[in-house]
Design a protein around this ligand. Sequence first.
Ligand SMILES: Cc1ncc(C[n+]2csc(CCOP(=O)(O)OP(=O)(O)O)c2C)c(N)n1
Length: 619
Amino acid sequence: MDTLLQQINDPSDLRRLSRAQLPELARQLRAFVLHSVSRTGGHLSSNLGTVELTLALHYVFNTPHDRLVWDVGHQTYAHKILTGRRERMASLRQWGGLSGFPRRDESPHDSFGTAHSSTSISAALGMALAARQLGHDRRVVAVIGDGAMSAGMAFEALNNAGVQDCNLLVVLNDNDMSISPAVGALNRYLAQLMSGGVYATAKSVGKQMLKAAPPLFELAKRLEEHAKGMVVPATLFEKFGFNYIGPIDGHDLDSLIPTLENIKQLKGPQFLHVITRKGQGYQRAEADPVAYHGPGKFDPAEGLKQASPGKPSFTHVFGQWLCDMAEQDPRLVGITPAMREGSGLVEFERRFPSRYYDVGIAEQHAVTFAAGLACEGLKPVVAIYSTFLQRAYDQLIHDVAIQNLPVVFALDRAGLVGADGATHAGAYDIAFLRCIPNMSLACPADEAECRMLLSTAFAQDHPVAVRYPRGVGAGVPVPADLRGLPFAKGEVRRQGRRVALLVFGTLLYPALAAAQALDATVVNMRWVKPLDLELLQTIAQDHAALVTLEEGAVMGGAGSAVLEALQAQALLRPVLQLGLEDRFTEHGDPAQLLAMQGLDAAGIEASIRQRFADLLATP
Ligand SMILES: Cc1ncc(C[n+]2csc(CCOP(=O)(O)OP(=O)(O)O)c2C)c(N)n1
């Protein structure tokens, strides 16, 4: 006999269930999420925390006609399972399989593609106002976490939405956590809203609503206003023009469903504050939601295992360098936009708490904040994923580069990232950084160079970014001291003939293997900007053909920089540019993804043989 969950292949199946069946369905759904993530890896804590909320939203709203817009989208596994993708959960985050985030091309239930945070209210407002203009009777719901709520973009959207006549519901999923503990004044404010018995009172409001014959809304509304009045005269969200309801218990279907049913009857912008717990229902994740935010595969009965010490990741090398440099230079300050763990700042925070700033999910602010610190003589290091720096492009140009301030950007996750897919790939930083005056950009080939180039970057008097990929490198020993490498200088790693490979970054190692077979020269360029022009000139003069290689978009990338420089010096050589193609790379195994784009040793060799067949055939 099928379980309840197996009978749900679409939310319309769910809506046929009785209210009394829902707690059991929630139990099965939670168990499925846990089992599924333990087999594939992925986001866990956030998904366990949104099981009831997801159920309630699909139960009350007529999805997909009513639009459900998830913020970040890392908490949408229950949503995927209830919307016809249960069986495909085994393929999550793998090549050809389900994405770990919502995608419009995956299901009509994924109304908006996401993965970067704090876009939901803007997108949902757009949909709500489109419905108004087109005369569609449609509800639009944005679900946003308290972490994502801390970004400026969320407030820009509230500011706009609060004065609009639209059927928009913003659900704040408040679990008092970002990936790491939530930070900032908003977090304190939300805690205040929860305190002083309001929570309990609001819960009973939900119960009252349940009993009330439909909709008896006025009574509930008065009760709710009474509840609100006990703590603050009007919440911040009311000041923004929303009707604020809550906080209510986001794991209690008897609170969630009647409240949502009532809200559904209301016109104008609504704001529902829901309290949930990250990791709910799996004790290990409740106790350590940070570790279980995005685990790999694990056995639920045993929990996560301590990883056996292997090669240090680039992130680890950066974290160690940051601590060592901070020890040596009291001007150093470390900044992260809500990525303490991912960017390797845990140890730095522990050892240098007064010089550590988690600014929340606020990349734009992080960059301008760093600019301010630099104006006063401090030496900020902004640790930021390549993909998230995209958010702060104007700040980079306007606040840092034009004023030529010495800010170091430690760009983690540069290149392909694997399971998170196109939204998280660091494919564009070379192209978008190299065109900015005053900016320099280094691409270490391995862990040792990563440490040394960070030291070089830190010693400069202008902005410098150092880009390094996710995961581990070649495994070369990392020096213990803080010596740097020469600024804007590359090195010849292998002397060959006819063809020279100019490599920017960690593809140096597959390039060396390919060059062996081709007897080609390999140059470790190390810097995209400034380019080592002297070296480039010598190499171009001594070789009949050049190949550029980078783990980044070919368009506008390091290979383009080489072409521009060759043209400027009237040094015309045929150049083969290898790197990421002009299309988004889907989620999958990183090594496999690189190989599919011909960026492993065999692929590099094959591309060169194909392009320079005649040249290579000459003795
Ligand atoms: C622009 C941007 N910066 C950083 C991230 C990385 N990130 C993914 S989830 C997350 C925390 C989100 O917290 P919250 O919205 O409270 O959701 P929760 O995981 O607590 O459910 C962060 C920082 C991101 N996805 N987008």
